[in-house]
Design a protein around this ligand. Structure first.
Ligand SMILES: O=C(O)CCC(=O)C(=O)O
Length: 245
């Protein structure tokens, strides 16, 4: 359960870190599943999806993400429905929630590239900007060296800003440089098994993995039941929705 002071921090800064939510055995099971799923996915991936899911070039190409773990994989569905997580999510966006989209983000050692500065609500386009919440769970310890998230404190109080996608990268929606420079981005390291929560309007990014260690994380994107995605920057498949409470 979140304290009043944690809820205040979330409301003021647009994000909140909570450590020690998942224990070692839960994280080990999640990482084993990521490994198995990645191998299956790579073996079956159609050519037209390579650009979306792989990064790097030639033989150094690496899987950068897996979509909808909360829908496809039992271990992740269990994490998304973990009573402690659901209680905290409901404290932040209200009772009765679903996960409409989820992603495993991978940054391999000395190879995982950056995620540019963006607001999730530009991607999602909800009719109520306070009805979405991202729960980002560190599967490895996330540090400045291996590519933790950075946040623009207080940017949750901004409107949804204009974003653009660089040529050939429709998945990398981002705010223009002059807008980005108006916000100081501060790192939010998270120990393995901890959570970084962020509001849909909070500007955030992650940097390269410059370390010898992987940086893997799962993000569950919750929506309060009854709210709708009406103006999404990308499309979200309603069949992937997982009702949580
Ligand atoms: O894990 C990352 O590097 C990016 C995560 C992100 O943008 C998100 O969870 O909204």
């Amino acid at each position: 359960m979140l304290t009043d002071s944690q809820i205040k921090t979330f409301q003021e800064t647009g994000h909140l870190t909570v450590t020690d939510v998942f224990d070692d055995s839960e994280i080990v099971a999640a990482l084993a599943d990521v490994k198995q799923w990645s191998e299956e996915f790579l073996a079956e991936m159609p050519d037209d999806q390579r650009k979306w899911y792989l990064e790097g070039s030639g033989t150094a190409q690496k899987l950068r993400k897996l979509d909808n773990p909360a829908h496809y994989r039992d271990v992740f569905q269990k994490m998304a429905k973990h009573p402690r997580v659901v209680e905290m999510v409901e404290q932040l966006i209200g009772e009765g929630v679903s996960v409409f989209f989820s992603q495993v983000f991978m940054k391999p050692p000395e190879g995982g590239g950056p995620k540019p500065v963006h607001q999730d609500n530009f991607y999602f386009g909800p009719d109520d900007l306070n009805a979405t919440l991202t729960v980002w769970i560190a599967l490895d310890e996330a540090t400045v060296e291996n590519g933790c998230l950075y946040y623009g404190d207080g940017s949750n109080q901004e409107k949804v800003l204009e974003h653009f996608a660089p040529p050939g990268e429709p998945f990398n929606l981002q705010v223009p440089d002059d807008v980005m420079q108006q916000f100081e981005m501060t790192p939010a390291p998270v120990p393995g098994g901890g959570i970084s929560f962020h509001h849909g309007n909070t500007l955030h990014q992650s940097s390269n993995n410059n370390s010898q260690r992987p940086r893997r994380a799962v993000a569950f994107h919750y929506l309060r039941n009854g709210a709708k995605l009406v103006n999404s920057g990308l499309s979200y498949d309603a069949d992937m929705n997982v009702k949580v409470s």
